[in-house]
Design a protein around this ligand. Structure first.
Ligand code: ZN
Length: 294
């Protein structure tokens, strides 16, 4: 890693790794920022997942978020936002984004850090379970959706509000496959939050449990899966993923990634920046105004 501006604070371990018998627990650890994902978190997650894959004793991986919320999405405004920091590409064969101008920079960075990484994690040869409490917003949906199963607490809520930025959804555009086309449109058109019960009804999550049971229920499920043969699980995961891709998900995402970047470029051309002038604060404020949530 190379800091270009030297102003990114050292926050210690932004991802923790723990083994509980056959289960590896990978935890996002920026609770003060609702686990907003900066690049150091992306690469720390990747390192943790690689460790879990390489450990023969690990059968199942649980992805968690520390604190009150799973994750508020991509880091668009904390002091640790590190989008001008260089990391070694791991997800795609492309040049580094840092010294590039305009769309060249955005395309390089988002191909690597967002779309490429989520795809890479989805293809991890061990079953993964997202354990979701509280907020799971925008870029956080990408993480949860990259996992094979999702267990949510009753207080979990989800949304992809980036249409407010003039952008047609987050980079890992799985919405139509995760929600169904018509619900995907409603979720995107309104930017509204939907709760765990709604997500369950739509088939987006596997279980909804009380907050106090979230951990025990998730680990019970992980333990159950861990009794299956490792290679059988890997082949089964691949089988379902291949069918999902035959249902057009991979090709659809590639096509939409172009629209996503066209929207960023349009914003940068006509306005202040590629996010349509929206900040973490204004995004949160407009969501609060819209649905009365806190
Ligand atoms: Zn983007």
């Amino acid at each position: 890693m190379t800091a270009e501006n030297g102003s990114v604070p050292d926050e210690g371990e932004v991802v923790t790794y723990e083994r509980r018998g056959p289960v590896a627990v990978v935890t996002m650890n920026r609770p003060d920022y609702r686990n907003a994902q900066n690049s150091v978190m992306t690469y720390s997650l990747d390192a943790a997942f690689q460790k879990a894959v390489a450990d023969d004793e690990v059968k199942v991986v649980v992805l968690a978020g520390s604190g009150e919320h799973f994750s508020a999405g991509h880091d668009i405004g904390t002091p640790g936002r590190d989008h001008h920091v260089r990391y070694d590409n791991a997800a795609v064969m492309w040049w580094d984004h840092v010294d590039r101008p305009g769309g060249d920079q955005r395309f390089a960075r988002e191909s690597e850090v967002y779309l490429g990484m989520c795809r890479r994690w989805r293809e991890m040869p061990k079953p993964t379970i997202a354990m979701v409490q509280g907020a799971c917003i925008a870029g956080a949906l990408m993480l949860a959706w990259s996992c094979d199963l999702i267990v949510a607490s009753q207080d979990a809520f989800f949304s992809d509000p980036v249409v407010r930025m003039g952008i047609p959804g987050v980079e890992y555009f799985a919405h139509p496959w995760m929600l169904g086309p018509r619900r995907a449109k409603e979720v995107l058109f309104t930017g509204d939050r939907f709760g765990a019960a709604q997500a369950y009804e739509w088939g987006m999550v596997n279980r909804v449990v009380p907050r106090e049971d979230l951990e025990s229920e998730t680990f019970a499920l992980a333990e159950k899966i861990s009794t299956m043969p490792q290679f059988g699980l890997a082949l089964t995961k691949r089988a379902v993923n291949q069918c999902e891709d035959l249902m057009g998900m991979r090709a659809g995402m590639d096509a939409v990634f172009g629209l996503h970047h066209f929207a960023h470029a349009h914003n940068a051309e006509v306005g202040a920046d590629s996010l349509g002038g929206m900040t973490a604060k204004s995004m949160k404020a407009s969501a609060t105004e819209k649905d009365g949530a806190k």
